[in-house]
Design a protein around this ligand. Structure first.
Ligand SMILES: Cc1cc2nc3c(=O)[nH]c(=O)nc-3n(C[C@H](O)[C@H](O)[C@H](O)COP(=O)(O)OP(=O)(O)OC[C@H]3O[C@@H](n4cnc5c(N)ncnc54)[C@H](O)[C@@H]3O)c2cc1C
Length: 287
């Protein structure tokens, strides 16, 4: 199907994008890579009359290290996260996850800001950002604000972004020494979206796990932290038996979304298995 006709606006700056969103209100939508929005428009599930393209705004794409964090521009495409030397060195979990998104075309076009703002329940980067404890920076008509990722995802395809706001950057704190992170994913064989994806970040000191953040995507209506798993890890020895017991708890409090193609008990079992895999790889990287 063809989308309804729309007017295309290429914003030259963040201020111009905000002004265009204010001017056209609910009839406008931002577009970055277009790889989530355009399929919806072709199905007429989204019918914006104005598209505000933010992909070429100078400074909105790229990665830099600053003040103990990686600062990622919201319009940074997935392939940059996959290949950037600084991401590979400082946050290998992020490049590992980006490399598993869709195919080369999707990774060339899709952006981190688009992925987080779209909040698809099977997207990879929401879980990775939860495990990394990122902070999302948004700019809108009332100015700029920082949103902790833990409060960003509300429900299916819904975030705490206000109308007229756009994400401009994602600030990821660099983990302390003794930390390791990993992303384990079972991709859907056709789309490559996560059937289940688990992002784990652990910090080890004196053979004990001192910090753990674990997040799951694909299974519930939004990416969620596995709080019971995290609690079962902190203060414990970095041992296989501890990991296995903690992974079993990944499904505690997890509301499996309804999908006629998936048996919920199989989905839970997959979640436990991929949590165990992500934790084992994260601990190995933590050394
Ligand atoms: C065949 C296929 C396979 C895919 N496989 C995967 C996969 O395996 N894993 C995965 O995670 N994803 C997958 N995707 C999704 C892909 O990663 C998308 O590109 C991404 O989720 C959205 O990014 P985008 O830049 O294309 O956003 P767009 O489609 O341009 O926008 C998506 C939504 O976000 C809004 N938006 C965009 N940028 C911003 C911003 N800076 N601030 C606020 N709102 C914004 C738009 O208004 C729109 O509502 C797949 C997509 C396709 C088509």
């Amino acid at each position: 199907m063809y989308p309804v006709s729309f007017e295309y606006h290429r914003a030259g700056s963040v201020d111009e994008a905000v002004a265009l969103l204010s001017r056209f209100g609910e009839s406008a939508k931002l577009v970055a890579g277009g790889h989530s929005l355009l399929p919806l428009m072709k199905l007429r599930l989204a019918e914006p009359r104005h598209l505000v393209d933010i992909r070429r705004i100078p400074g909105l794409s790229g990665v830099r290290e600053e003040g103990g964090a990686l600062i990622i521009g919201a319009a940074t495409p997935h392939h940059v996260l996959e290949r950037s030397p600084v991401v590979r060195e400082r946050l290998p979990m992020l490049s590992e996850a980006a490399a598993q998104i869709g195919d080369a075309q999707v990774r060339n076009m899709g952006t981190i800001g688009g992925s987080l703002a779209h909040a698809d329940p099977a997207a990879d980067l929401p879980a990775v950002m939860l495990a990394l404890g990122a902070e999302l920076v948004a700019v809108g008509p009332k100015g700029r604000r920082a949103l902790p990722v833990d409060r960003f995802f509300v429900k299916l395809f819904t975030t705490t972004l206000s109308p007229g706001e756009l994400l401009t950057e994602i600030r990821v704190p660099l983990p302390p020494p003794g930390s390791g992170g990993a992303y384990a994913k079972l991709p859907h064989p056709a789309s490559r979206y996560a059937v289940v994806g688990v992002a784990a970040m652990v910090t080890v000191s004196g053979r004990k796990i001192t910090e753990a953040r674990v997040a799951i995507t694909g299974v519930a209506a939004k990416a969620v932290r596995a709080s019971a798993t995290e609690a079962a890890l902190v203060g414990q020895g970095a041992e296989a038996a501890v990991l296995a017991a903690a992974a079993e708890r990944a499904v505690e409090g997890l509301t499996v979304r309804s999908d006629p193609r998936m048996d919920p008990s199989y989905w839970r079992a997959l979640t436990v298995t991929y949590t165990r895999r992500a934790l084992a790889a994260a601990l190995e990287r933590a050394g």
